[in-house]
Design a protein around this ligand. Structure first.
Ligand code: ATP
Ligand code: MN
Ligand code: MN
Length: 301
């Protein structure tokens, strides 16, 4: 268990008795981060991670042999995850019903880590009512080689346009190449309406500024631009959740940031799993006060 110093205002990491095997197995060969380090990271950030990761259907990115070897997305349990990882039955398009994974505590998270999970991705709705979205995410995907400054100004523009519609939004460094602009919602609108809103919003931006933005998934259309990936906002789609580690070189993590703070940040990989203490401390900073919280519904547009 990692002892967090200086965490006067942050809640303590909960105890867990999930046993992590092969703690010395190197999961990130580029930075010597082991399975034990990863488990310690998740245990340490549990107080700030769990509010985002619990109570929603999740997909796991599992890399049992480490991030440099074979990794796979897992939506369902093949029978190995045990009692701490819960399941919720969700109806598929074809009418059949499939059990989706969710967790409600640190034991669930660490069980997944024990099974080789690095990343946790979540639906934009909660297990209590999976049909009603509790957030919209605009995932800004820059073309290869595009400067991060361009991504930051794009994110700030999205924030402004959303504010024009009466919506408060928040920025998250993806830990990869981009920024996610997150719009919390009171769960009310169902997926078809949510997708339609996100689709129309992204297309309007791309139409207004075709040199900067595209809303077209095709890479060929992305030359020198930022793809506003609105497709995170359909039933069954997922986005990486706050404070989740990424299966990328250097073990970066997805991290909420304040809008003013973002202006001075030079990389979406600012923090790594080595920074648990700093992340806990930051979480009570003024810049992050109220991050991800807003009582709002989608406007009619
Ligand atoms: P980056 O900033 O590098 O783009 P990202 O997390 O936004 O990082 P994307 O490739 O843009 O990565 O993917 C956006 C989201 O789409 C992911 O966070 C994930 O939840 C989902 N996703 C991506 N690939 C898959 C896949 N193969 N199967 C299921 N979901 C996926
Ligand atoms: Mn992305
Ligand atoms: Mn994307």
């Amino acid at each position: 268990q990692v002892v967090v110093e200086n965490a006067a205002k942050a809640p303590d990491a909960p105890e867990s008795d999930v046993k992590i095997s092969n703690r010395d197995r190197v999961i990130f060969p580029d930075s010597n981060v082991t399975k034990g380090d990863l488990a310690d990271y998740y245990a340490a950030v549990a107080p700030i991670l769990l509010p985002w990761v619990t109570h929603r259907p999740i997909s796991l990115v599992r890399c049992p042999q480490g991030r440099a070897k074979h990794c796979f997305f897992q939506k369902h349990d093949a029978g190995s995850l045990g009692e701490h990882v819960k399941q919720v039955d969700i109806k598929e398009k074809d009418g059949s019903v499939e059990p989706y994974l969710w967790v409600d505590d640190i034991d669930g998270v660490l069980t997944c880590v024990q099974m080789g999970t690095i990343e946790f991705h979540g639906w934009g709705s909660r297990v209590e009512d999976v049909e009603k979205a509790d957030r919209v995410v605009f995932d800004l995907d820059p073309d290869e080689g595009l400067d991060f400054e361009r991504v930051k100004s794009a994110a700030a523009d999205l924030k402004r346009h959303l504010a024009d519609l009466g919506l408060t939004s928040f920025a998250m460094l993806s830990g990869g190449k981009g920024v996610h602009v997150v719009v919390p919602l009171v769960p009310q609108a169902e997926w078809p309406a949510v997708k339609s809103f996100a689709d129309r919003f992204a297309r309007a931006l791309a139409q207004a500024e075709p040199d900067r933005f595209t809303a077209n998934l095709k890479k060929i259309d992305r030359k020198g631009k930022i793809f506003i990936d609105y497709l995170r906002n359909q039933r069954g789609s997922t986005a990486v959740l706050p404070y989740v580690a990424r299966a990328r070189p250097g073990a970066p993590v997805a991290v909420p940031v304040g809008w003013t703070e973002l202006r001075d940040i030079a990389t979406p990989q600012l923090f790594s799993v080595r920074d648990a203490d700093a992340l806990i401390e930051r979480s009570t900073s003024r810049a992050l006060k109220g991050w991800g919280q807003a009582e709002q519904v989608l406007p009619d547009i």
